[in-house]
Ligand binder design. Sequence first.
Ligand SMILES: Cc1cc2nc3c(=O)[nH]c(=O)nc-3n(C[C@H](O)[C@H](O)[C@H](O)COP(=O)(O)OP(=O)(O)OC[C@H]3O[C@@H](n4cnc5c(N)ncnc54)[C@H](O)[C@@H]3O)c2cc1C
Length: 461
Amino acid sequence: MEYGKVTERELESIRQIVGVERVSVGESVLDLHSKDESFHKRQRPDAVVWPLNSEEISQILKIANERRVAVTPWGAGTSLEGNPIPVEGGIVLDLQQMNHILDLMKEDLQVRVEAGVIYKELNQSLSRDGLFFPPDPGASATIGGMVGNNASGIRTVKYGSTKDFVLHMVIVLPSGAIIRAGTNAIKSSSGYDLCRLFVGSEGTLGVITEVTLRLIGLPPEFMAAVIQFDTIRDATDTVSQIMRSGLSPAALELLDAPTVHVVNLFKKLSLEERPTLFVEFHGTSALGLKEELEWVKEIGADHHFLRFDAGIGREDRNRLWDARYKVRESIKVNNPGLYALVIDTAVPISKYSDMVEWGQKILEKKGLKGYAFGHAGSGNLHMEILGVPEEKAQWRRVLEAGEEIVSFALEGGGTATGEHGIGIGKRKFMEREHGESLNVMKQIKNLLDPNGIMNPGKIFE
Ligand SMILES: Cc1cc2nc3c(=O)[nH]c(=O)nc-3n(C[C@H](O)[C@H](O)[C@H](O)COP(=O)(O)OP(=O)(O)OC[C@H]3O[C@@H](n4cnc5c(N)ncnc54)[C@H](O)[C@@H]3O)c2cc1C
């Protein structure tokens, strides 16, 4: 499909809508909006616009649609699959200035926010009222970007992913129409679930401008433990057994020995460099949590743990989770000059151990360097497989390794991406994962965006 360029004519029309201050064609601004956190090739947009409300976005989309100019919504650009890279140039709509908490409905455990709100700032503000929004991708992501990618994180195992918290949204369609989807009731059987259609749509169907989120009360008590094993199989088998046992951890994370090594170096920790689980429970009674951890200890003992450190105080617990959040940075800093292909497969929990083992075998077979970690309790494996994209033969092996791990996940009834989205990198797996449903997705895309202006080149090849 041919896309129009943003010429002086379009720029002038947009300036009339948002004012001169909120449109830029400056080199550094275009560069900043040419990349996310992945290795995918950079591509500058023609212009970046910072809208303030749905009406401005509606007018801009009408112009873009009429002149067939590509439009890419932008949250914080922290994606890992090239999701917000404007591969066809055009306009980037950066929602950064739409960052207001509009209405905290404490009594209903709900909050209405603009899409550019950073979730960490939201949680900081909510904590004053004893509330929180659980999905936490770690990076400084926006609510719009989290909805766009259906992000999740370490607490998803207990609380769910972004899709489980979105009640209502305001969306601007490529035609310029402003629609409302969802309800403030926590349950509804009324018609098609349009909210869920836009969750995970990666900016390909419209621009989300407002989101009403369900919230959770902050747990009064928490307890964490670190469990270390001789083999990664013992660690992952422990995970499956914990999940099968009826326990409900609030976090259950895996780090292989090389990951523990880089985290030790980066965060100045002194963890033994062995396959490790971080586990945390939330609840109302310290006694109850202690019992749950005792149960976990018994399960770990069945799988020959070498160390079981419970009774971790608040400060050490925060340091551990900070270290977990910094895994990607730790890998990056300790491997200068190398890029990571990020695996994000997820499988039913019974297949998790086999998938991790398979991933490690593939790395060994292909002679590649990699790190395995992830949201094990949710069956989600992250592997960062390292290489240099310009070194063609080596990078081909990196890509082949990625494909073999994804194939394993798909054959086991899983998915190519548990939380990062399709973006550019995972498009090649869509047909295998969805079969005929992929055509239905394409029909929905054509219906809502017949000119294909919204974030082209993503999700579909
Ligand atoms: C260190 C690190 C750790 C991470 N860990 C995790 C993790 O544990 N779990 C996880 O899920 N992710 C993780 N991520 C990935 C990333 O943070 C998430 O995908 C996040 O949701 C992206 O949010 P963002 O605001 O940066 O969105 P962007 O990257 O700017 O955009 C994401 C997608 O949503 C679209 N979009 C953005 N805003 C809107 C809007 N208002 N309307 C419509 N579409 C929109 C964009 O076009 C794009 O396709 C991690 C990233 C980093 C760098």
